[in-house]
Design a protein around this ligand. Structure first.
Ligand SMILES: *[C@@H]1O[C@H](CO)[C@@H](O)[C@H](O)[C@H]1NC(C)=O
Ligand SMILES: [Zn+2]
Length: 138
């Protein structure tokens, strides 16, 4: 757990706007996340599995996995091709907006450098799922 905390702080050195208080982690993606995002990740069992940093048991191999991955690694991989003007949610934004971002990033892998998104180049906004305009939460 002490090691996880050390990793967490390294992962968060460059300010990570989406999560204010990352007390959770996705041990499948190797990232540290907050309670809000952990709820979203729980709905994506194909791509993410969540554990509490404090409350859950961490096997050595999972700690090793977190050590070799982490938020910086995930950012480099999953945000490699975020289009200019794409609105990246902040911690204060609503869950719907965060969920859209998390699904686009980790489930559809839209911004991975080698993803199919490259083969199907990003199209201008056509309404639903518009990428250039911030979705209204209410
Ligand atoms: C959780 O989300 C709410 C808004 O949806 C936000 O105000 C709060 O700061 C978030 N908590 C964390 C830990 O990011
Ligand atoms: Zn979060």
């Amino acid at each position: 757990i002490v090691l996880l905390h050390a990793l967490l702080y390294i992962a968060l050195l460059p300010s990570f706007n989406l999560c204010l208080d990352p007390e959770w982690a996705s041990y499948k993606l190797g990232i540290f996340i907050c309670l809000n995002c952990s709820g979203i990740h729980r709905n994506l069992p194909e791509v993410s599995r969540v554990k509490s940093i404090h409350l859950d048991f961490w096997e050595n191999d999972l700690v090793e996995f977190m050590k070799t991955h982490g938020n910086l690694w995930a950012k480099a991989k999953y945000e490699a091709k975020v289009p200019p003007f794409y609105y990246i949610p902040h911690s204060k934004d609503c869950l719907v907006l965060k969920e859209q971002w998390i699904r686009a990033k980790y489930e559809r892998e839209e911004f991975v450098a080698t993803s199919t998104a490259i083969k199907h180049p990003w199209l201008p906004c056509l309404g639903v799922g518009c990428r250039t305009v911030k979705v209204q939460c209410r």
